[in-house]
Design a protein around this ligand. Structure first.
Ligand SMILES: Nc1ncnc2c1ncn2[C@@H]1O[C@H](COP(=O)(O)OP(=O)(O)OP(=O)(O)O)[C@@H](O)[C@H]1O
Ligand SMILES: [Mg+2]
Length: 150
């Protein structure tokens, strides 16, 4: 497990960009952390690191899923804030996305935690606030995500 501190949204995006460079197709990234912690900002960085053009990434709160693709790479960005229960999750197409070869980034994974549907290799990212513009970002996903620098 690796823990990083960032002191601005830009620093969070930079850190996430370096994490995004390590991602492989079919990886699942699941976030823990409440409202306004920086999950969407982090996902923007992941997309940039994957070479998908992070500047396009916005919150999928209303769409539930936003999908980005470029150069054969694909990122599916979920916001499960409004999802409640298995049937609800199923109706988003979540299980098809799990098998589609894309990288998945899942905000509000807390809402599906009890359903036990995430792969055991899921990369967990927990973000907590340590000051107005500072965040502690914990990445649990193996060696790849250690020593990402600062
Ligand atoms: N160090 C930081 N890292 C990331 N965001 C920060 C940081 N400091 C301040 N912020 C601010 O926190 C907010 C993070 O917003 P963002 O949409 O990324 O959060 P979120 O976790 O996706 O929220 P939601 O649960 O509503 O989807 C932005 O307004 C950003 O400017
Ligand atoms: Mg968000």
């Amino acid at each position: 497990m690796a823990v990083y501190q960032t002191n601005s949204p830009e620093e969070t995006e930079q850190l996430a960009r370096r994490a995004g460079e390590k991602l492989r197709d079919r990886d699942v990234v699941a976030y823990r952390g409440g409202m306004g912690m920086g999950k969407t900002a982090f996902t923007r960085g992941l997309a940039a690191g994957m070479g998908i053009g992070g500047e396009l990434v916005s919150s999928p709160t209303f769409a539930i899923i936003n999908e980005y693709r470029k150069n054969g790479r694909r990122l599916c960005h979920f916001d499960l804030y409004r999802i409640d229960g298995y049937d609800d999750l199923y109706s988003t197409g979540f299980f098809d996305y799990l098998d589609c070869g894309a990288v998945l980034a899942i905000e509000w994974s807390e809402n599906i935690e009890g359903l036990d549907v995430l792969p055991k290799e899921t990369i967990w990212i927990a973000i907590s606030q340590t000051g107005e513009n500072s965040r502690s970002i914990q990445i649990e996903g193996g060696e790849r995500f250690e020593n990402l620098g600062s």
